[in-house]
Design a binder for this molecule. Structure first.
Ligand SMILES: [Zn+2]
Length: 216
């Protein structure tokens, strides 16, 4: 997109974030997707999002596409936006949503399946919870909702949107057997939240696999 002069800066930062997540082992094969909200001057573009089917470990800024509120690439961009674009667009209708990051880690896939019947995962007692916006103690409870997976992404977005809390902090959700969505008020916030949740999912997985169930 060439009508928005700062686009390259946003694309650079998003590509770097995608490569970082892939380097952590959270983006096997060509899975996962990442987006950042664009400023008003980029309208009608809403966000920049990684293209579908690209190996995230080698993601180039040229693999980042600006899209409008219907998920259409701007300026006839030839790359196809992520298959999960409608989940990102649904999240950008929420307040203070600056970036959305989605990973496919082993811990996220396993825990989201084992706790699917409960409908959420509760994280508590971990020092790293303090890495989440607005949390300053370990002995609190943070809930990650879990939704059933689906290949109908628009339908999934419609199902999830009314279920996400608006009056209390909500940092992300899990799709069962699939992966994790997290967000933040800007890209660095979202990146920190992603690192916190992936770390905590690993901790929970270890605890549960050793028979010390902390409760779903
Ligand atoms: Zn996915």
């Amino acid at each position: 997109m060439d009508t928005f002069r700062d686009f390259k800066r946003y694309a650079d930062q998003l590509a770097e974030t995608a490569r970082w997540a892939a380097g952590k082992g959270w983006a096997p094969a060509t899975s996962t997707n990442y987006s950042v909200r664009l400023p008003d001057e980029a309208a009608p573009a809403i966000c920049a999002i990684t293209a579908s089917g690209v190996d995230k470990e080698h993601l180039d800024p040229a693999d980042v596409v600006a899209i409008d509120s219907d998920g259409r690439p701007m300026n006839g961009h030839p790359l196809k936006p992520s298959a999960e674009t409608f989940l990102h667009l649904m999240l950008y209708r929420r307040e203070n949503m600056g970036a959305v990051l989605h990973t496919h880690s082993v811990a996220g896939a396993l825990l989201s399946r084992s706790a699917e019947a409960v409908g959420h995962l509760t994280l508590s007692g971990w020092e790293l919870l303090k890495g989440l916006d607005g949390i300053d103690r370990h002995d609190c409870e943070v809930r990650l909702p879990i939704f059933p997976n689906s290949q109908d992404i628009a339908g999934l977005a419609a199902l999830i949107e009314p279920c996400l809390p608006r009056s209390e902090p909500c940092y992300g959700f899990l799709l069962a057997g699939h992966g994790l969505y997290v967000w933040g008020k800007d890209l660095s916030d979202a990146k920190r939240h992603l690192e916190v949740f992936e770390y905590l999912l690993q901790c929970e997985r270890e605890v549960r696999s050793h028979g010390h169930n902390t409760g779903a």
